[in-house]
Design a protein around this ligand. Structure first.
Ligand code: MLT
Length: 263
């Protein structure tokens, strides 16, 4: 398949890079708190997946897979002359990170999986995603956005952080092909649970304690199956733990990367 042209943010600091992959249906802008704080001290690359923000969509959204996303990121690293990165992904970004690990393990120095899961979609989730694709084809994304937004945020954010809710809503405007492609990739993604024991790089697992989409047990499962992994639960945060509790999230990531550098 032709190479996808990706838009990305790059803090350009010297030294090892941290590549952060966004969740659905967001963009590299979801990493704004980490770009602004941690990005001054280390190189953060935050790409937009094909079909999101400024990145070119796939030629046909129905051919989009997690492998397609992973290969697009690997090509970006080649273009930038980067051999390997610490690779982090939130939710769908975590599904991409697991695909990247399977396909390009030599390019992964460490893994960060936030508010994600190793399991594939079950029949109910697949049917829901197919219905969402149909809804987008007929009526666009407008009606879907409030429903998705409600699931992404934890109770504390919904009650007490209206500015965060509005800024997340602002990150959800993307072309229909981007949405349809990501839904296709998510519903067809393989089960990754069998890969977990083979993950040999240092791994940090992060989850918000109010995450209703990928509840804590799913992260605990990954923690139990990835040898030596660290698990951090972020208080008062939902599925978008990096945005809902940015200080705690960034501290967990900075602590993990700092330990790696000292090792
Ligand atoms: C995400 O945040 O990327 C999505 O909620 C993941 C999913 O729907 O499985």
């Amino acid at each position: 398949m032709a190479k996808a042209r990706l838009s990305y943010q790059d803090t350009g600091v010297d030294g090892p890079a941290l590549l952060l992959v966004h969740g659905f249906p967001l963009s590299s802008e979801m990493w704004r708190p980490q770009l602004e704080t941690l990005g001054g001290r280390r190189r953060i690359l935050a790409p937009d997946l094909p079909g999101f923000a400024g990145s070119e969509p796939a030629p046909d959204p129905l051919v989009v897979t997690m492998d397609y996303y992973a290969d697009a990121l690997a090509e970006l690293l080649v273009d930038l002359g980067i051999d390997s990165v610490a690779l982090g992904g939130l939710s769908m970004g975590g599904y991409v990170a697991l695909a990247f690990w399977r396909r390009h393990p030599a390019a992964v120095d460490a893994l960060i999986l936030a508010d994600s899961r190793a399991e594939a979609d079950g029949p109910e989730a697949i049917a829901k995603r197919s219905a969402q694709q149909k809804q987008i084809r007929t009526g666009g994304t407008e009606d879907l956005i409030p429903q998705l937004l409600d699931g992404l945020l934890g109770a504390t954010t919904k009650d007490q952080r209206p500015a965060i809710k509005e800024s997340v809503r602002g990150l959800m405007a993307h072309p229909a092909e981007g949405y349809i492609g990501a839904l296709e990739a998510m519903k067809n993604r393989p089960d990754s649970t069998g890969d977990l024991p083979g993950i040999t790089v240092p791994t940090l697992l992060v989850v918000g304690d109010q995450d209703g989409l990928t509840p804590i047990e799913l992260t605990r499962y990954m923690h139990e199956h990835i040898a030596g992994s660290q698990m951090v639960v972020i208080p008062e945060a939902g599925h978008l733990s990096n945005l809902e509790a940015p200080e705690a999230f960034t501290a967990a990531v900075a602590g993990f990367l700092g330990e790696l550098e000292r090792a």
